[in-house]
Ligand binder design. Structure first.
Ligand SMILES: [Zn+2]
Length: 376
């Protein structure tokens, strides 16, 4: 069996790391096409623009909200008209995905500058394409990973803490999904087996969120960079990205996709839905109770959803949950990488059990009992 491990070309992280953009772009080419979300365009780019301009001619373009085929084509035409030799994406996951797709179609190197730590998109070769009204269409696997990823933790610390927490929800899934793929010999994004490296990084990702997650959230709420925040940003962005792409996905992301069948969850972030997918997956794979206890306690302490009500699904019906389960089990979904029998009734049962356990814990802590019920 052949394993493949996918990496971005270079990953740079730290307080003030944005100042490295000019130097990195100079390494990649001489004419720079920058695609920016509105906030970075007006607040983050201006202080480093003169440095970038020293690296060559610059054209900036505001990203049009949604990563659609039309938007990618529009940006591609502008990049070509400018004679771009590099492409940079600065902003949230959709901006970065669009920049990666434009660069891939133009055959140019790409620099990626995430401004929130909410997903593991920055390091990956995956581009998620939506319809103009925001409905998921497909996930394209691009021929290469970003050439450079620059993560300024000062920027992350100033963003609302909910982004960081959602990123931890996404990061939390990485270990469970990679471990399932290892057991079942499931395939990663490259269609190969995950490597020992991917599995070790996925484990480190989980342990980092488990051990430093709450401290990192506190730092983010205070708007400051601490060692815990640095660790968690690296887990959310680098470890989670390498772990999912090279280790493979499992039930948590399919349950996320299934949940999108219910309009009530639309206001939630990707990682918040994935976190509940992890909880439900625990009732599919049946790990030791201490693991269930640890993951629930972690989600509760971080403020990630542990019940249907937390997902905005307080009055959800069995018919609706069955719809979620059916969508989760669509052929080709990564849930089929789980090393257990997968069917809509089993996933439905896991969703119900995950919600019941979440509610039981809420009741227990309201009654002054320790939320964890399992002896260590
Ligand atoms: Zn994810």
């Amino acid at each position: 069996m052949i394993s493949t491990t996918l990496f971005p070309g270079r990953y740079i992280q730290g307080q003030g790391a944005l100042s490295r953009l000019g130097g990195e772009l100079a390494r990649l080419g001489s004419r720079h096409f920058l695609i920016c979300s509105p906030h970075p365009l007006t607040h983050l780019l201006p202080p480093v623009l003169s440095e970038v301009e020293r690296a060559g001619a610059v054209r900036t373009e505001r990203f049009g909200r949604e990563c659609t085929d039309g938007e990618i084509e529009r940006l591609l035409a502008l990049a070509r008209e400018f004679g771009a030799r590099t492409v940079t994406g600065m902003g949230g996951g959709k901006t970065l995905d669009a920049a990666k797709a434009v660069a891939a179609r133009a055959g140019l190197p790409v620099a990626v500058v995430p401004t929130i730590a909410s997903t593991d998109a920055p390091c990956s070769s995956v581009c998620v394409v939506y319809s103009p009204d925001g409905v998921f269409l497909r996930a394209d696997v691009l021929p290469r990973n970003p050439d450079v990823v620059i993560v300024d933790t000062e920027v992350m610390a100033r963003a609302p803490a909910r982004f960081l927490v959602a990123g931890m929800g996404d990061a939390l899934a990485t270990w469970f999904e990679a471990d399932s793929c290892r057991t079942s010999r499931g395939r990663n994004i490259a269609g190969d087996a995950g490597s020992m490296t991917a599995l070790a990084l996925a484990r480190l990702c989980y342990e980092t969120v488990r051990d430093w997650g709450v401290s990192a959230r506190t730092a983010c709420e205070a708007g400051v960079v601490t060692p815990a925040l640095e660790r968690v940003v690296e887990a959310n962005t680098l470890l989670s990205g390498l772990g999912f792409e090279s280790g493979g996905l499992g039930a948590a992301h399919s349950i996320h996709n299934g949940l999108t069948a219910l309009p009530a969850v639309q206001g939630l972030f990707h990682g918040e839905k994935v976190a509940f997918g992890v909880l439900a997956s625990l009732f599919l794979t049946d790990p030791p109770l201490a693991v269930v206890d640890e993951v629930y306690a972690l989600c509760a302490s971080l403020g990630l959803p542990t019940t249907c009500a937390d997902l905005g699904l307080a009055g959800v019906t069995d018919e609706e949950l069955l719809r979620v389960a059916e969508k989760s089990c669509t052929p080709g979904e990564s849930i089929h990488n789980e090393p257990v029998e997968i069917s809509p009734p089993r996933v439905f049962a896991a969703l119900k059990a995950a919600d019941a356990e979440g509610r039981r814990r809420v009741r227990a802590s309201a009654g002054g009992e320790p939320a964890g019920s399992f002896p260590r």
